[in-house]
Structures are given as C-alpha cells and as structure tokens.
Design a binder for this molecule. Structure first.
Ligand code: 13P
Length: 247
C-alpha cells in the first residue's frame, strides 16, 4: 500500500526564529498523529537547526530541501549538492514551477537533478503541472513527467514522490477540483511504480483538503501557504490521517 504523505514547502519564507517556532509547534502537534509521513521543506539554511528539533522520538516527521544542483561538487558559487543535503534530509523538491519560471529550469536540467538525487539516495519530490487549465487532458503533464524521469532507471521509480501541482492553482484562491486532479493523477500513475505516492498541490487548506484525500487516487498533499501556519498544517495532517485510515 502507498503511504499517505503531507509535505510543506515553506518556499523563501521564515526568519531563523520563525523556523524554530514553526517546526517545534508542528513537531509537538503531529507527535500523536499516526498513519502518514509528514515532510517539512524549509529554506536550506535552516535545515541543520530543524533536524535537531524534529528528530526527537518522532519518526513520521522528516525533512526535505527545496532544490539541489545536479553536480555533486565544484565551482558553483551559491549552490548546494545532493550529497550535501543527504547528510541532513531524506527528500528534495525538484522541478517546482517557481524554479522553472524564475530560474529558467527546463526539463533536461530537471531530469539531471532527479538523477543526482537518486544517485545520492535522496528521494526526489518531482513537481509536474500544466500552466493553463485544460479540459482535463493529461497528455501535457504525462509527457513532462516522462522527460523528468528519463535519466533514471525504472527500478528507482518506487523511490520517487510525484506532486501534481497545476501552475494556475498555485498561490491562487481556487484549487483544481478533486475530480480534475484525480483524472490527471490517474494518467500519471500509468507512468510510475504502483508504490510511488502521487500528491496534489495548489491552494490546499484545512477546509478543502478532505475533498482531495477522500479520493483513493490522491495519496496526500503538498502545501505552500498552509504549511506556514502551525495550527492549520497540523489540522491538515490530522484530516489526511483520518481519511486515509478509512479508505
Ligand atoms: P499554495 O499551497 O500556497 O498554493 O502553494 C502550493 C505550492 O506551490 C507547494 O509547492
């Protein structure tokens, strides 16, 4: 069975003290929630502090980075490699639409990053999603995913996490409908291993999360804004755990 997941992408938010307070509150709030894995992806600069905060007797709470370079080391000022992240985190987000838009990351770069993560024994959280709302055709997103994983072996597919994040639903007021998301996710499932979790992301909050995770096709959620509010995020984790227990 695929494990349910809730992932928080903190993006370029939080001061040092915000990060300490938020991760401590989340750790304490999710301690007694079972049946899912929770992954926090703070800015890389706070990872080494947060790793000490969250690793207190809780093994369903893990850390991820928001980006890596595809080279392991070298003259790449300002960059962080997969082996560096592996020492403190288990996961890394790759191919987020904000990196594509703001840093010109294209599919060949993303597939090299995915391969670098796998080589370093990190699990990549691979983002896919169409820029404009379509009529529910999955072909664009399926093609994108196939290219993103083109540099890794099929036997590594089970170590991936896929996040379907329609670009038009990120940071907006309106998420995709659960039916729309489920239809695309069903098509993505054909590409990966049956154990690969596939999540939905884009304007998820504590009020709407049940609509997504009540669908068997959707294994969890990747949240942005809702991951920066401890109470809201803990509520989301609780709802996901409840729904995934029933299904
Ligand atoms: P929001 O939840 O703020 O829409 O952001 C989603 C996202 O980009 C997560 O990676």
């Amino acid at each position: 069975m695929r494990r349910p997941l809730v992932i928080a992408n903190w993006k370029m938010y939080t001061s040092f003290s915000d990060a300490v307070v938020l991760s401590t509150a989340i750790r304490d709030g999710v301690e007694n929630i079972s049946g899912l894995e929770i992954i926090l992806c703070p800015p890389a600069v706070w990872l080494t502090e947060i790793v000490h905060i969250i690793h207190k007797n809780i093994n369903h709470l893990s850390l991820g980075a928001q980006n890596i370079h595809y080279m392991n080391e070298g003259e790449f000022t300002g960059e962080i490699s997969a082996p560096m992240i592996r020492d403190i985190a288990k996961y890394v987000i790759i191919g987020h639409s904000e990196r594509r838009k703001n840093f010109d990351e294209d599919l060949p770069i993303i597939s090299r990053k995915v391969a670098a993560a796998i080589d370093a024994s990190l699990s990549p959280i691979i983002c896919v999603g169409e820029k404009k709302q379509s009529q529910g055709s999955a072909s664009e997103v399926v093609k994108e995913l196939k290219e993103e994983i083109s540099d890794i072996k099929k036997e590594d597919y089970k170590n991936l996490i896929i996040a379907y994040e329609p670009v038009w639903a990120i940071g907006s007021e309106e998420p995709a409908t659960p039916e729309y998301a489920a239809r695309i996710i069903t098509a993505l499932r054909e590409v990966v291993h049956f154990e690969t979790p596939i999540l939905y992301g884009g304007s998820v909050d504590a009020a709407n999360v049940y609509k997504f995770v009540s669908r068997p096709e959707i294994d969890g959620v990747l949240v942005g804004r809702s991951g920066l509010k401890a109470k809201e995020f803990i509520k989301i984790c609780r709802i996901v755990a409840e729904y995934k227990k029933i299904v």
